[in-house]
Each structure stands twice: as structure tokens, then as C-alpha cells.
Design a protein around this ligand. Structure first.
Ligand SMILES: [Zn+2]
Length: 150
């Protein structure tokens, strides 16, 4: 049970004012920001939502709440790089294979995108189980990014 900050008599945790002397009691501080009430695992999961996870990743990386949480920041970086790969597939692979003909262009981009979608879903499942999966290349990049910020 907490005690009054003014007179030292016991007060209830929920009391805003002391019942004995009427002094206002200090309010327990809560971390502010968009992730104030979200767990580390859920924040990590958000970073792997296909196509929109990068938004969560950027918010995680910018937030005070996870500034020292290497685990979540790793997932944020990895989720971000996954989206970069998606963009590269979307923008670069198409035009590059343009000369090879319409059909192969469409199928190559489609196969790569399916693989990326599969990776996102795989990461969602693994992260929800509390398993940290380090993807080839992207995981390395994520760890390097983490180290650079320390
Ligand atoms: Zn008091």
C-alpha cells in the first residue's frame, strides 16, 4: 500500500487525494506514445504485416518506448528491408525483364512476390511464437543497422 506523499499516512493506490490531509497524490508515470500499451512481441509482429508493416517498423524505430529493445528493433529493421525487397521487385524486376517478353516478366515478378508474401506470413507465425528468425542477407543487414545505432 502506498503512503501519502505529504503526511505519510496510508492511501489507496487509486486515490488522487489523501483522505487524511487532502494533499494531491503523484500520478504514476506511464510511457507515452503510440506503443504505450503494446507488448514487444506485438510491436514486432506489426512490422511483418505484408505491405504495410514498414509503417509500424518506422514508428517502432522512431519511438522512445523501444529505443533500447534490440529484439523489437531487429524485427523492425528486418521488416523494413523485406518491404524494400518488395519495392525492388515491383519497380526494377518488371522493366528489367521487359525485353524477355510479357509472359516471363509477369511470372517472374509474381513468383518473387509470392515468395515475399510467404516470407512475411512465415515471419508473422514465427514471431508470434516468440521465435526470432534471422533471414539470410536481410537479417545481416538488420543486425548491421542495429550495431550502427548503438
Ligand atoms: Zn496526507
Amino acid at each position: 500500500m502506498p503512503y501519502c506523499s505529504h503526511c505519510g499516512r496510508p492511501v489507496e493506490e487509486t486515490d488522487l487525494y489523501c483522505g487524511s490531509c487532502g494533499a494531491r497524490q503523484p500520478v504514476p508515470e506511464r510511457p507515452a506514445g503510440p506503443f504505450a500499451s503494446i507488448s514487444s512481441r506485438n510491436a514486432s509482429l506489426l512490422c511483418y504485416i505484408p505491405l504495410v508493416g514498414w509503417i509500424a517498423a518506422i514508428v517502432v524505430l522512431a519511438s522512445q518506448r523501444f529505443k533500447t529493445d534490440r529484439e523489437v528493433r531487429f524485427h523492425a529493421f528486418q521488416g523494413l528491408y523485406l518491404f524494400v525487397v518488395w519495392l525492388v521487385v515491383d519497380w526494377a524486376v518488371g522493366p528489367f525483364f521487359h525485353f524477355a517478353g510479357e509472359v516471363s516478366q509477369v511470372s517472374l515478378a509474381a513468383i518473387l512476390k509470392l515468395a515475399l508474401l510467404g516470407t512475411w506470413i512465415y515471419m508473422l507465425v514465427k514471431t508470434s511464437q516468440g521465435v526470432t528468425v534471422k533471414l539470410p542477407v536481410l537479417g545481416e543487414l538488420a543486425e548491421r543497422s542495429l550495431a550502427e545505432q548503438q
